[in-house]
Write a protein that binds this ligand. Sequence first.
Ligand SMILES: Nc1ncnc2c1ncn2[C@@H]1O[C@H](COP(=O)(O)OP(=O)(O)OP(=O)(O)O)[C@@H](O)[C@H]1O
Length: 298
Amino acid sequence: MISIQHVSKTYDVPKKAARRARGKSAGIDTSYAASVSGNAVLAGAAVSQAAAEVADALRPAVRDGVVYALDDINIEIADGDIFGIIGMSGAGKSTLVRTINLLERPTSGRIVVDGQDVTDLAGSALRAYRRRVAMIFQNFGLLAQKTVIDNVCFPYLAANGKVTEANRVHALELLDRVGLAEKAHSYPSQLSGGQQQRVAIARALACEPEVILCDEATSALDPKSTNTILKLLRDINQETGVTLVVITHSMDVVQKICKNVAVLDSGRVVETGEVARVFAEPAAEATRVLLGKVDWDA
Ligand SMILES: Nc1ncnc2c1ncn2[C@@H]1O[C@H](COP(=O)(O)OP(=O)(O)OP(=O)(O)O)[C@@H](O)[C@H]1O
């Protein structure tokens, strides 16, 4: 169980930006707001009140000269869950996943994993924790100058300073699991985007993590590759019980693989629950906007 308890993350902002952020929709590109909301009509010259409201929603929470990228977040993610985190651009999704694996330290609040408070871990304990929480990214994050198998072995090198024969055998098994054993000695540039993401998944599995954080893992892929990756992640979740935390802009992705979801808006959780329930009866305005269920003419 990952328990995120009263977690806030703030960033200092220059005074000018803070003033602008406090002003009514000032400084926000409303056509961008329209594109995020998915409503093409709003992208025209006549920007409606609705677009201004979306622009408001895109604005991060700013108080006392600091941006609240995360603002008193409380979430519990059960072992083995596939948990979606959705929200408009700037809602705080990436900051939240980076806080879970402690790439970012929360300004306040606690991260508790399986009953252990990990918030202040440092040194070897932090490195050990990070091995329990792997991550895959939108742009795959493979090392271009290393072969596929060396990429999969990289976590062993990082953890132990060397790669053993047993490590290479395990890496090959993982490549076989993602259907890419025959590409072991290719370089990332010789693979398609979907194949590169499968290598990244094999690498994420190298240290047998308890959790995989997926930050927009399918955003750079076409629909067919997206489905392949989602199916692979879902199968791995079922086979190994690994918990998946899935950050995405795509409601389709959430609907396809997530069991539970949290909706972020301006650094706050505005809605959480089972995907079927949240999507059928969205309670928060931000959820309705994300689902395209807003009546722009009302
Ligand atoms: N290092 C930083 N310094 C200042 N502000 C930051 C920093 N990192 C993030 N922010 C702000 O925190 C807020 C949340 O950012 P974050 O990247 O987590 O949002 P997001 O929901 O992942 O957005 P996107 O979907 O566009 O990636 C944004 O307003 C962003 O500008």
